[in-house]
Design a binder for this molecule. Structure first.
Ligand SMILES: [Zn+2]
Length: 420
């Protein structure tokens, strides 16, 4: 039986006040008037946030490096220089009206673990690296989780570097700009193979708060499918065309969305169905619409359900459109399969919460995270902490110093065990 002593020591060395101060300092970079942050990927604010992290790292003597897609790594040495590193982290970029905790928490919690290990005088066999993944939010450059996707080989470096923002600035050029603003020694992609990855994050949903649980033991990340629907009718005069002669694309779209709501109705509210964009052509008040397009975002933790329901979208829409004398075309835009985290790491998260005496709860993640890519190349898991009313992607996002520290203590125990 292994001594619990170093685990208790690192946990005791986690400083709630230091962690909170770091959040306050980081929250000033790109601060918005309504209390949130605007730190889009590879902007000057993003570079300033990285510079801040690097200052803290150099004060502790940790080394830093950045790879070709802009992921930033802070390394605390292990006793075995050849051992693969244990990685932890999240992202420093935000939505344009983002909160202070989404992403930043995972980076600062990881950094707090490094400091706590130092303060407790604990050496680990494996090196530990805190990562700030590039462009998790996907707000300035699409797709999101770009840095972790390239790092794990799920996306090609060349293709992602070629992506552009709305002004036509490429990721490649923005990366060069960031390297100038915040210079860091380079590292090659693939230079470090992670032994494991654990990410701390605010829940971004209300379940922990409702259950009065401090720690979310994340079992999986639900999968998502996106579709684009185009419904074709026929433009006609709104005053002269009898309704029975119309091919009204708006009427067909309403019927289709209503049929989809029935198809996706779920007593457990696990299946998530969203129509987020809807465009009407020609969008004139006195013309019956000739065409409507809308998007569908469908999410579920279980792949079989996602496949089954998703596949039925085509016929459901076509049948509803046909009843209104319209036709429909459905395009499959993307299918990101659900992922399940490594059971042995998930078990450690649950055990660490128990050792700390925190009430915990098993749950799937409703949102995507960098951990989803990492889980494809190494054992991975996530630690959630509650956020006020589950509000996120919002300047009002809020979390308590106590909960942030609790999640960090759990993270510290898990990381220490993984790093040996
Ligand atoms: Zn995030």
């Amino acid at each position: 039986m292994k001594s619990k002593e170093p685990f208790d020591r690192v946990s005791a060395a986690v400083s709630e006040s230091r962690l909170w101060r770091r959040h306050v300092d980081m929250g000033q970079i790109g601060a918005t008037p309504r209390g949130g942050v605007n730190r889009l990927a590879l902007t000057i604010e993003d570079a300033l946030a990285q510079t801040q992290l690097l200052q803290w790292a150099s004060a502790r003597g940790y080394t830093a490096s950045r790879d070709e897609i802009g992921n930033l790594f802070i390394r605390r040495k292990g006793t075995d220089a050849t051992a693969d590193a244990v990685l932890t982290g999240s992202h420093l970029d935000s939505q344009p009206t983002g909160g202070k905790y989404d992403g930043a928490y995972g980076v600062l919690a990881g950094f707090e673990v490094l400091e706590a290990l130092d303060d407790a005088g604990i050496e680990t066999v494996r090196p530990i690296e805190v990562v700030a993944w590039m462009n998790e939010e996907g707000s300035r450059f699409s797709p999101g989780a770009m840095g972790s996707a390239v790092f794990t080989g799920s996306a090609s470096l060349d293709e992602m570097q070629g992506k552009t923002d709305r002004k036509g600035i490429s990721v490649r050029d923005a990366l060069a700009e960031t390297a100038k603003r915040c210079p860091v020694p380079s590292r090659r992609l693939g230079e470090v193979k992670p032994a494991a990855y654990v990410e701390a994050h605010i829940e971004q949903g209300p379940r922990l708060e409702s259950a009065k649980a401090t720690i979310g033991v994340v079992l999986s990340i639900q999968g998502s499918r996106r579709f684009l629907v185009a419904i074709f009718g026929e433009e006609a005069h709104a005053g002269t065309t009898p309704r029975r002669h119309r091919k009204d694309a708006v009427s067909a779209a309403v019927a289709a969305i209503s049929a989809l709501e029935s198809l996706t109705a779920d007593a457990h509210d696990t299946l998530r169905f969203t129509v987020g964009c809807l465009d009407v052509y020609p969008s004139s008040p006195n013309t019956v619409a000739g065409k409507v397009t809308f998007t569908i975002d469908l999410r579920h933790p279980d792949e079989a359900t996602l496949t089954d329901i998703g596949d039925r979208i085509h016929t459901t829409v076509k049948e509803a459109a046909a009843l209104r004398s319209c036709t429909a075309e459905i395009t499959n835009v993307s299918y990101v399969k659900p992922i399940t985290f490594a059971p042995h790491v998930v078990d450690r998260v649950r055990a660490a919460a128990r050792d700390e005496g925190y009430p915990s709860m098993d749950l799937p993640s409703g949102a995507g995270h960098d951990a989803m890519h990492l889980s494809r190349i190494c054992p991975a898991a996530m630690v959630f902490v509650p956020c006020l009313r589950g509000v996120s992607h919002n300047e009002a996002e809020s979390a308590t110093p106590e909960d942030l520290a609790a999640g960090t203590r759990v993270l510290a125990r898990v990381i220490l065990e993984l790093a040996g």
